[in-house]
Ligand binder design. Structure first.
Ligand code: OSB
Ligand code: MG
Length: 373
């Protein structure tokens, strides 16, 4: 196995209710078994604001706890990996990085595209974009116009107190019925109810994570008082959270992120539960580079993923991505799912080497070390 930390500048900073990101610090995981390799990407952010993990904590958990549980072990299949990690609490983004790499390896070994191996049912996926908080309404409108012209099928804007009604009025004036939604990243409280009720006027597809990151109860209260469907992101860490949220009425839609739920096996469980219970899913994003994006594309082909996700073209975030060719989106706002085995994208090792700040090779005694050094 190899852990590699790379630093990739974003083409433009991305602003949410918790701040701006200019540069991503990403851990790439390589797993090797015999002649087969698999790749995963850790989606932990640089700072513990979206959740409690960071690139640094993920490096620690991966190298000191997760890799030792897998290195040199005989695994029946990739779906088993999550059980090996089971006694480690939380740290799902670290777990997901390794778990998804094992799924890629398994899919390549049996010669199937990962999407097929997971049980995906689509050969193309619908794409939406997430637009960060802007300095002015005019700046926001420029971006909204650009993304709609590019073909994207849904626009999501980030909101926070003071940046909600005005931006929505401006977008709705120009695009009265384009599929539109908002993401608050937990910036509001139940005491903001009268403001949140005003969002009902904008016929939004949904409002994502309006209340606390660890809440289900207040969201249920809020959902009773507003018409716009609530979508949960931060609050859902696993399939049991999804079940509780649905039973409580905390949301009508769920955003699934591979890192936040700890990998493909848990995403599959959420898919099964929500598909059976009529709760639409979509794939969220964490400003992934190509490796993570490729895993997101595969997951988005599952039957429960019925809404356009935050899965967009590499070039929206990176001038040079970790995969070549980069991920592209058609003028119809779709990504074609590859027929190649595994994640189906080639890694750009020249690019990755230039972006590397540290790498650790971890091999069983006697095994040859290092494939990319
Ligand atoms: O809440 O969905 C979020 C980016 C960083 C952290 C949290 C979120 C986001 C996004 C961007 O909305 C989604 C993307 O990768 O395009
Ligand atoms: Mg979100």
């Amino acid at each position: 196995m190899e852990l590699r930390e790379i630093h990739l500048p974003l083409v433009h900073y991305f602003e949410t209710s918790f701040g701006r990101t200019y540069q991503r610090k990403i851990i790439l995981v390589t797993v090797q078994s015999g002649h087969d390799v698999g790749y995963g990407e850790c989606t932990a952010a640089e700072e513990p604001f979206y959740n409690s993990e960071t690139t640094e904590t993920a490096w620690h958990i991966l190298s000191d706890f997760l890799v030792p549980r897998v290195l040199g072990k005989d695994l029946e299949d990739a779906a088993q990996a999550a059980a090996l990690f089971g006694t480690i609490r939380g740290n799902r983004m670290a777990r997901g990085a390794l778990e998804t790499a094992l799924w890629d390896l398994e899919a390549r070994r049996i010669g199937l595209p990962l999407a097929r191996h997971l049980g995906g049912v689509r050969d193309e996926i619908e794409c939406g974009v997430s637009i960060g908080i802007q300095d002015s309404i005019e700046d926001l409108l420029v971006l909204v116009r650009r993304e709609i012209a590019a073909g994207y099928r849904r626009i999501k804007i980030k909101i926070k107190p003071g940046w909600e009604l005005e931006p929505l009025r401006a977008i709705r004036r120009e695009f009265p019925s384009f599929p539109l939604m908002v993401d608050a990243n937990s910036a509001f409280q139940l005491s903001d109810l009268s403001l949140l009720q005003k969002l009902d006027e904008f016929s939004l597809m949904m409002i994502e994570q309006p209340l606390a990151h660890d809440d289900l109860v207040d969201h249920a209260e809020l959902q009773k008082a507003i018409q716009t469907p609530i979508c949960l992101d931060e609050s859902i860490h696993h399939a049991e959270d999804a079940r509780k949220a649905v039973e409580l009425g905390s949301c009508r839609i769920i955003n699934v992120k591979l890192g936040r739920v700890g990998g493909h096996a848990e995403a599959l469980k959420i898919n099964d539960y929500c598909f059976r219970n009529g709760i639409p899913l979509w794939c969220g994003g964490m400003l992934e580079s190509g490796v993570g994006r490729a895993h997101n594309i595969a997951m988005s082909t599952l039957p429960g993923f019925m809404l356009p996700g935050d899965v967009s073209a590499s070039k929206r975030y990176y001038a040079e991505d970790t995969v070549k060719p980069p991920v592209t989106v058609s003028p119809q706002g779709t990504i074609r799912v590859t027929d190649s085995p595994g994640i189906g994208y080639e890694l750009d090792w020249d690019r990755i080497r230039r972006a590397t700040v540290r790498a650790a090779n971890l091999a069983v005694e006697g095994a040859p070390k290092g494939t990319h050094a």
